[in-house]
Design a protein around this ligand. Structure first.
Ligand code: ACO
Length: 311
């Protein structure tokens, strides 16, 4: 009977019929989605930290208001995604516990420090740009609640990407010091940004199955190549350079060739040894502990209200 159910499930996926929470699904499909969606949610939440670092130091009121709004958007994205994951039978408390105890991953990129204001522009351009490249196809992912959450997230991400590029454009037309700051931030964020797409396809344990289930619509390397192609052109508008001497248009392939990624660095960062991993988790745990009284008060209030309504 299981074989039949699995075949029916795969047939639905092949016909692009969305899978919904109450539908039968293979346990591995459920577990893969819980892993990916919760990792994605954690990334949005942890991703607030490097940028939050610059809210008090944004160079103008307009920049400060925009940055606050953007960081709030990330919190919202985390909440939609936790809700999408909860439809698969895991609680938010469990997911948060997995993050705090180091069992669940979050994106490698958020373990790098934000040293100057230009880093905020670069995060918008490159990090949110990479996020969009990965997330637009997820609007067509096979699991309904995840796909629907991605629609609004992508709209907001594209605003984030443009605000970042505009910060860099302003710096790139500024003083020599501002131009140098802009180039320095691009130099530091470029390689970590292209690592965001995950390991190369031949080193990615989950890609083949996730493609079959249409959780993923493109492989890690396919998305990375599209991203490199776009950035190689956009960087020219800034009059800056990507820090890769091997970056070169390949007319035969119709793509840019690019240099070798330092995978050792990637594996180190995702196993907890990046420049800011410990700091990031410590900040999340502290915020969670200091927020305990808010959760308790909200629960007490909800219980009281429920009692009143049933009385
Ligand atoms: N950072 C941290 N971990 C990563 C990263 C990364 N950039 N890329 C891959 N990994 C992890 C995977 O989670 C997996 O770990 P696990 O087996 O211990 O769970 C392992 O490395 C192997 O990678 P893959 O087999 O390629 O895993 P997967 O099929 O899940 O692909 C990917 C990884 C592309 C990140 C996928 O999970 C995905 O598309 N996720 C949704 C998007 C997302 O999470 N974006 C977050 C950053 S964007 C933002 O928040 C602004």
């Amino acid at each position: 009977a299981t074989i039949n159910l699995e075949q029916q499930f795969q047939d639905r996926v092949d016909q692009d019929i969305r899978i919904e929470p109450k539908d039968w699904m293979p346990d591995k499909y459920r577990q893969t989605l819980i892993r990916q969606i919760s990792q994605h949610a954690h990334s949005e939440i942890v991703g607030m930290l490097p940028e939050g670092n610059w809210i008090t130091r944004a160079p103008s009121l307009r920049r400060k208001a925009t940055l606050i709004a953007k960081v709030q958007d990330e919190a919202g994205h985390g909440l939609y995604l936790y809700s999408a994951a909860e439809t698969l039978g895991i609680s938010r408390a469990e997911m948060i516990d997995q993050l705090h105890t180091g069992k669940a991953k979050y994106s490698s990129i958020f373990n790098y420090p934000t040293l100057t204001w230009a880093d905020i522009g670069t995060i918008g351009w490159l990090v949110d740009g990479a996020a969009i490249m990965n997330q637009v196809p997820l609007c067509r992912t096979s699991y309904g609640p995840y796909a629907r959450a991605m629609v609004r997230i992508c709209k907001e991400e594209s605003f984030h990407q443009r605000q970042g590029f505009e910060i860099l454009l302003t710096l790139s037309r500024g003083s020599e010091a501002q131009k140098a700051m802009c180039q320095d931030a691009i130099n530091r964020w470029w390689w970590p940004s292209i690592m965001m797409f995950g390991p190369a396809d031949d080193a990615s344990p989950h890609t083949a199955q996730s493609m079959k289930w249409k959780i993923k619509r493109f492989t890690n390397d396919e998305l990375r190549q599209k991203f490199v192609d776009i950035c190689a052109d956009q960087v020219k508008i800034l009059g800056m350079e990507l820090p890769d001497p091997e970056l070169k248009w390949n007319a035969e392939r119709g793509h840019y060739d690019f240099g070798k990624i330092n995978w050792e660095e990637f594996w180190q960062v995702i196993s907890g040894n990046g420049p800011c991993n410990k700091e990031r988790i410590a900040a999340r745990v502290k915020a969670h502990e200091e927020g305990a009284w808010v959760r308790e008060a909200a629960t007490a209030f909800a219980t009281k209200r429920a009692q009143k309504q049933s009385a």
